[in-house]
Design a protein around this ligand. Structure first.
Ligand code: SF4
Ligand code: SF4
Length: 255
């Protein structure tokens, strides 16, 4: 007889959420996404009621796009890399809970709207200003050590796990969370991005910026890409302080 387990899912719409359970056969290499797909094929709950299929978001299924973020047994992570067997073994339980993130507006079931994160990336100008209208030859060389730091920072997939775990990201606070701060570090390290570093730093000087970080370090603990977020926050904190001192002795730059 095949081994069975239960997915207990916090589903519903804004203002009307409820727990619903589904019993499933454990298959080899099954992950949370393939378990949800099994439910979609035959959405019958443990009460033997045929219900609406569960809604969730996914994309690449290889922990690169950041879209299948959810709380798996209460931990913010990507559903695509959440393998069922090890989770059952670790929890010593036959039940796995799935819930949507709480720091983003709920769309439905396990799907939330992460627009806020992308808006914050726009706000801090997380890009390199470039003019590709003509070939200007190779850019400045970047040391191996810098390349390694930049590569790690560039793996951020805007999944939102860091914001979900951060106590400073809440309804009372405007804090934009650690990911955009870390992206400022990435683009301020880039030899071309450096030219516009002060613009990015100024965007982090408000109530939604770096001063709202309480240094609880939860963000670093949950980042699926192991991005050194607290290191980024310290590095950018220093850059913001130096920028503030420079501002005291110069005319403000135009945005
Ligand atoms: S920093 Fe890590 S946890 Fe935060 S959005 Fe990027 S990949 Fe996700
Ligand atoms: S260090 Fe703590 S307060 Fe700062 S961004 Fe990370 S989780 Fe939030």
């Amino acid at each position: 007889m095949s081994k069975q387990f239960t997915l207990k899912i916090y589903r519903g719409q804004p203002g009307k959420q409820y727990w619903e359970e589904f019993r499933l056969d454990l298959k080899p290499a099954m992950n949370v996404i393939s378990a949800l797909m099994d439910i979609r094929r035959d959405p019958v709950n443990t009460q033997n009621q045929r219900v609406e299929p569960v809604v969730w978001e996914d994309g690449c299924l290889e922990e690169v796009c950041g879209s299948c973020s959810m709380l798996v047994n209460g931990r913010p992570r990507q559903a695509c890399t959440a393998l069922i067997a090890p989770i059952l073994e670790e929890s010593k339980s036959k039940v796995i809970t799935l819930a949507p993130f709480t720091k983003f507006p709920l769309v439905r079931d396990l799907m939330v709207d992460r627009t806020r994160m992308f808006e914050n990336l726009k706000k801090v100008q997380a890009w390199i200003e470039g003019d590709s209208s003509h070939d200007r030859g190779p850019g400045p060389s970047v040391s191996q050590a810098k390349q390694e730091v930049m590569y790690t920072l560039s793996t951020c997939m805007t999944c939102g796990c860091c914001s979900e775990s951060c106590p400073q990201v809440n309804n009372e606070s405007e804090f934009m969370g650690p990911a955009p701060i870390s992206q400022v570090r990435l683009f301020n390290t880039h030899p071309t991005g450096k030219n516009t570093a002060s613009k990015r730093l100024h965007k982090l000087m408000g109530a939604d910026g770096i001063s709202s970080c309480g240094n609880a370090q939860n963000c670093y603990e949950v980042c699926p890409k192991n991005i050194p977020l607290t290191e980024s926050i310290s590095a950018i904190g220093r850059q913001v302080t130096i920028q503030a001192v420079k501002d005291l002795f110069s005319f403000p730059e135009e945005d």
